[in-house]
Design a protein. Structure first.
Length: 168
């Protein structure tokens, strides 16, 4: 028989303080990079969403004017002159229907832009879509440009409408 000698060794499981600190540092670094990227992405999406909202509302005004669809507030005795896209302030716009014979235009929609986004135009205000596909109140060959600026990033985007009514 052989003599086997056993020693009393203890196996310890766990992490050292250095390993825990390194792991936490890596997690913190990944989180901070991810958060900065997400914040930048959400800002870009905010401006993109405002552009899409304005383009959609311009198309709404254009479609209503093209079809000659009068709002209920316009009586049967009046005729529709067109729909206007009005910049009320640098953060608010309105869509109104002009009915010939009424003293005041009929407000269809009033929109306040998300905070941090402002708009301006050097073109005419309001932009008017005439009834039954007669175009806009712009001169032949001219364009209407609405500039949106995101104040936090300084990023600028434009919405353009041609004299024929094409929205870009």
């Amino acid at each position: 028989m052989t003599n086997v000698k056993y020693t009393n060794t203890q196996i310890k499981f766990g992490y050292t303080l250095i390993e825990v600190l390194i792991s936490l540092s890596i997690i913190g670094l990944l989180f901070s990079v991810g958060y900065a990227s997400f914040r930048d992405f959400s800002r870009r999406q905010e401006l993109s969403g405002a552009i899409k909202l304005i383009q959609g509302d311009l198309r709404l005004a254009q479609e209503n004017a093209s079809s000659g669809q009068k709002p209920e507030s316009c009586s049967n005795l009046t005729s529709l002159d067109g729909f206007e896209f009005i910049i009320a302030s640098n953060t608010e716009y309105k869509i109104r229907a002009n009915c010939i014979g009424l003293l005041n235009a009929v407000e269809i929609k009033n929109v306040l832009l998300p905070s941090g986004i402002i708009m301006a135009t050097s073109s005419i205000n309001p932009l008017k879509f005439k009834v039954l596909g007669q175009g806009t109140n712009l001169g032949e060959g001219s364009t209407w440009v609405l500039t949106l600026t995101q104040t936090a990033t300084g990023k600028v985007e434009n919405v353009t409408v041609t004299s024929g009514g094409e929205i870009k």
